[in-house]
Design a protein around this ligand. Structure first.
Ligand SMILES: [Zn+2]
Ligand SMILES: [Zn+2]
Length: 267
């Protein structure tokens, strides 16, 4: 494992400072690390960065401070509905919120809130809801300029055990395959992301195995991400995620190095 590039800090909804996250990456023996604060969205629920200039200045200063110890990269987790980001080393593009007429649903907020939104805006039709999410997810590259696509099936965060919809159904998979094709046309690197396992919502990582296999068939590449909001979660279950990637046919994973993306073997 070379590094972790999906990390949140006190500049957005994380619990630790950028320096604490970097030090955690050093203690894991990584050669590089990336911070990826949430972009601000206009209906923000308190998770986006309200001081992106200060964030950029601090991460740039830390990049200098730790030069020779670890390569630090300045990233952003750019929401599909945010204004286009500028001035970052890399962009993780993610869809968190879907517009529903005058309202919206933030798909990873809480199960009760999402269930209420699906009743209110989709008449309780979960397939329709997932379709709305994936229509947006397919547009992540054009909307965000993503170098990496974040947690592609975030919409399934609260669906452990098929609580709300059937992730194995032909209808759901058809919606997802269509979105993968759309997204992969604009960005070739997708995350394997352990965030929902760490928070206890899911027993599996993002995205589902059938999605990983489809990505593999399309020749897409993967990057391991913890989506950590605290220093103790940096690199969370990276060993298991690497094993899963191997089982899905990936022979390598991507990491960040000076000048761009590199690849390391998983075998
Ligand atoms: Zn996210
Ligand atoms: Zn995140």
């Amino acid at each position: 494992m070379r590094g972790d590039y999906h990390l949140h800090t006190t500049f957005c909804d994380g619990k630790c400072t950028p320096e604490e996250m970097i030090r955690a990456a050093i203690s894991r023996g990584y050669e590089s690390v990336g911070l990826s604060g949430h972009s601000y969205v206009r209906f923000d629920g308190g998770f986006g960065m309200t001081a992106p200039e200060a964030y950029r200045a601090e991460v740039r200063a830390l990049k200098e401070k730790y030069r020779g110890t670890i390569d630090v990269f300045l990233g952003i987790e750019q929401d599909a509905l945010s204004e286009r980001a500028k001035g970052y080393d890399y962009i993780i593009g993610s869809a968190h919120t879907i517009m529903c007429g005058d309202g919206y649903i933030t798909v990873d907020y809480t199960p009760e809130y999402v269930a209420e939104g699906v009743r209110k805006y989709f008449g309780g039709d979960w397939l329709k809801y997932t379709r709305a999410y994936y229509e947006l997810a397919a547009e992540i590259p054009q909307r965000t300029g993503a170098d990496i696509i974040g947690h592609f099936d975030l919409v399934a965060k609260f669906n452990e055990g098929g609580r709300f919809f059937d992730e194995e159904s032909f209808e759901y998979k058809a919606v997802v395959y269509e979105a993968i094709k759309g997204a992969a046309a604009g960005c070739r690197i997708f995350e394997i992301n352990s965030g929902a396992v760490n928070s206890g919502y899911r027993s599996r990582v993002y995205p589902a195995v059938f999605i990983l296999k489809a990505l593999r068939e399309l020749g897409c590449r993967i990057i391991l991400s913890s989506d950590a909001h605290d220093a103790g979660s940096v690199g969370f279950i990276f060993g298991e995620m690497a094993e899963l990637a191997r089982e899905c046919g990936f022979k390598s994973a991507v990491y960040l190095k000076p000048g761009g993306f590199g690849e390391y073997s998983l075998i």
